[in-house]
Design a protein around this ligand. Structure first.
Ligand code: NAI
Length: 380
């Protein structure tokens, strides 16, 4: 089965590697020759490393590399059974690619987008038979992150979903099914991890180092929010926050923060530019946190309550099943526990109490508890 990938950037290259490692003939198309060359070199480097580590034999790594073709012309997408698009996050450009794919690919070819935030229904509207279009959303880096969100649009045929799911399952990934709504599961539910942390900082309750310390040392998160935002890049992270907020008709629950916007405007994008919330220049020392457990716990409890609220609300709105919501956050962003399981551990009444305290204090819709959480407490 031949797999086509459009876009040879970080995501396209990673997905191509996964497909080739699983025995598929793969063709990657990009308009930029330099991007294709970079992708090829990246694949060669990774294969050499896997060989060095003894994870692949020389024969295997050579065969994998041989299965990947790099091309600037879309015509090579012919005969693919599955095409995954991973180009720039722009609806018009994506639609144009899908129109083109529709002309080139056979009727049975599944057409997927790796978009993080755009509507699958809108992308699918560009082709004659939208039944064969869906979202297949990998996480970065695709070869290492186990989670893949499978997103049917309202127009996607059930058969397309089943086929796509069984292919990605066979690649050893953990698939979850998500509704075609902004941010799907992970990029929706995770918003407070970043934005509530920034808000706490903006209000002067604690500095980034202390908030990061509370989340990692007391909460068990692998990376603190500020370290993670600096790592992802503020351009990317802010763009997701702003697009989710806009797509939710400006729901204050997803409202972005000025501190992060200013970092983007100043070009302080995080690690990649040497400066973000932290200084990464040579000789710079990381600030020490205030290891006050009471303060740290207050921060952690607030952010965890906000995250749980998002997870419960996603369940309430049928974005995904309870099992998939918890899987998504543990396998997609390495949370120490599923948020719904965490809610049960803390107790829904306690979570509701924390949210209502915030709501009373701020009188902002941002802190409104999900009706499902309220009902759980009421009827338990
Ligand atoms: P990137 O900027 O690294 O790569 C995009 C590539 O697409 C570039 O090489 C560019 O030359 C190529 N391209 C642009 N227009 C094209 C066209 N018309 N035809 C052919 N190639 C074209 O982007 P990245 O980060 O790989 O993201 C790709 C997609 O994956 C986006 O939709 C993004 O939202 C999504 N995504 C990104 C994640 C991330 O962490 N970077 C995670 C999950 C999804």
């Amino acid at each position: 089965m031949k797999v086509g990938i459009v876009g040879a950037g970080a995501m396209g290259s990673g997905i191509a590697q996964v497909a080739a490692q699983n025995g598929h003939e793969v063709v990657i198309v990009d308009t930029q020759r330099a991007a294709l060359e970079k992708s090829r070199q990246g694949h060669e480097k990774i294969m050499a490393r896997l060989q060095e580590k003894g994870k692949l034999s020389e024969e295997e790594s050579k065969a994998i590399l041989k299965r990947i073709k790099y091309d600037t012309g879309m015509a090579s997408m012919e005969n693919c059974a599955l095409v995954i698009e991973a180009i720039v996050e722009n609806i018009e450009v994506k639609k144009e690619i899908f129109r083109h794919l529709d002309e080139l690919c056979g009727e049975d070819c599944i057409l997927a987008s790796n978009t993080s935030s755009l509507s699958i229904a809108s992308i699918a509207s560009a082709v004659k038979d939208p039944g064969k279009v869906l979202g297949i959303h990998f996480f970065n880096p695709a070869p290492l992150m186990p989670l893949v969100e499978i997103i049917p649009a309202i127009t996607t045929a059930a058969e397309t979903v089943d086929k796509a799911k069984s292919i990605i399952d066979a690649w050893g990934k953990v698939t979850v099914l998500a509704k075609d709504t902004p941010g799907f599961i992970v990029n929706r539910v995770a918003r407070p991890f970043y934005s509530e942390a920034v808000r706490i900082y903006e209000e002067g309750m604690a500095d980034p180092a202390t908030i990061d310390w509370a989340m990692t040392e007391l909460g068990g998160f692998r990376m603190g929010p500020f370290t993670l935002m600096d790592f992802i890049g503020h351009d990317v992270n802010y763009a997701v926050t702003e697009s989710v907020w806009t797509a939710f008709f400006y729901d204050p629950r997803y409202k972005p923060n000025f501190s992060q916007k200013r970092l983007v405007e100043a070009g302080r994008l995080g690690r990649k530019t040497g400066f973000g919330f932290y200084d990464y220049s040579e000789g710079a020392t990381k600030p020490e946190p205030n290891r006050d457990e009471e303060l740290g716990k207050a921060i952690l409890d607030r952010i965890v309550a906000m995250l749980i609220n998002e997870a419960v609300d996603a369940l309430h709105l049928g974005i995904a099943s309870a099992k998939d919501i918890d899987l998504a956050m543990t396998k997609g962003v390495n949370y120490p526990k599923g948020l719904l399981a965490w809610a049960d551990e803390i107790g829904p009444a306690e979570v509701l109490k924390r949210l209502d305290a915030l709501y009373d204090d701020y009188r902002e819709d941002r802190y409104r508890a999900s009706v499902l959480l309220r009902r759980k407490v009421k009827f338990s």
